[in-house]
Design a protein. Structure first.
Length: 308
């Protein structure tokens, strides 16, 4: 059984505890939660850590802080990045190209990316990248069987600079009177909101991969409308247009397909049930955690001691 030292953020926007549990259930995992100061100075944090005690050191920390510490990270043997944000490497965003630059400085590191296309692009650059998708917290999110009184809506943020295309797209839908934009707290308030929505409008415009909310909406029984991230991504995830979700490329296509499923409740219900079954079978965090460990098992080597 692999022994992994897993370093994560003490405070983060998304609650990934069930993912961490899924990883811990499949290996001998020592989970440590680092505060902002600890993330800023990993050399000091590792002063008393003997890396030879572990098969891998895996990190899921604040990228802004990690990217400044490549010189020290080179000294950590069997380093693994569990990465949900590397899609920004290939967008017109402040992190464009920065993930590639970091990983090229760390030739022995493994990157587990949540995007199939992103992982392939990284491999094309000579980086050891493997694909394990995002998923959802099966302990929190489910279909409660309640009456759905919100026809079409998006729940989440549009203010981050990375979400400019999302914000513009949703604003156009709001202007046309077709979609509501909702904000909730995480936890039960988010669960209740998803269970009120009939058609969840995801707007990951040109992200190159599907964000957490897609899996979460399907798990809660919404019919998911998602911006089409391409055939490579769809095949990897088992996403099938008009079968287990609805894919679109622009506002007009979205509205046309929305009218189609609104006029055909049986079709809408088939898509809803198929999407819900898909995520329950493949994308629960307990299963994703297992897959993270499996992605590492084939290449485990012995540790090399304490970095200095």
């Amino acid at each position: 059984m692999l022994r992994i030292l897993f370093l994560v953020m003490k405070t983060q926007r998304a609650d990934l505890d069930r993912l961490y549990d899924g990883i811990a259930a499949t290996c001998d995992c020592e989970l440590r939660r680092l505060d902002s100061d600890q993330q800023r100075n990993l050399k000091r944090y590792f002063k008393d850590i003997d890396c030879s005690d572990y098969d891998h050191v895996m990190i899921m920390l604040r990228n802004k802080k990690v990217m400044k510490q490549a010189r020290f990270l080179r000294k950590i043997p069997n380093l693994v990045f569990l990465e949900h944000d590397a899609w920004q490497n290939y967008t017109d965003h402040k992190y464009k190209g920065k993930f590639s630059r970091l990983y090229r400085k760390l030739p022995g590191a493994i990157v587990i990316s949540s995007g199939c296309t992103v992982a392939r692009k990284l491999r094309d650059e000579g980086i050891d990248a493997r694909f394990v998708p995002k998923g959802y917290d099966q302990a929190l999110l489910s279909d409660l069987g309640k009456q759905r009184d919100i026809e079409a809506a998006f729940v989440g943020s549009v203010k981050n600079s990375a979400y400019q295309d999302r914000a513009a797209f949703l604003s156009e839908l709001v202007r046309r009177g077709e979609v509501q934009i909702l904000r909730t707290e995480s936890g039960d308030e988010y669960l209740q909101a998803l269970n009120r929505i009939r058609f969840f409008i995801s707007a990951d415009i040109r992200f190159g991969e599907y964000m957490l909310k897609n899996f979460e909406a399907m798990a809660c029984g919404c019919v998911l409308f998602a911006y089409d991230q391409g055939e490579e991504e769809n095949q990897a995830l088992g996403f099938k247009d008009m079968e287990n979700l609805v894919l679109y490329r622009d506002v007009d296509e979205l509205l046309e397909k929305l009218q189609t499923v609104q006029r055909d409740p049986e079709l809408a219900d088939r898509i809803r049930r198929a999407g819900q079954s898909l995520v329950a079978e493949r994308f629960r965090f307990d299963l994703i955690g297992r897959d993270v460990v499996r992605a590492l098992e084939a290449t485990t080597t012995s540790g090399k001691g304490t970095p200095r």
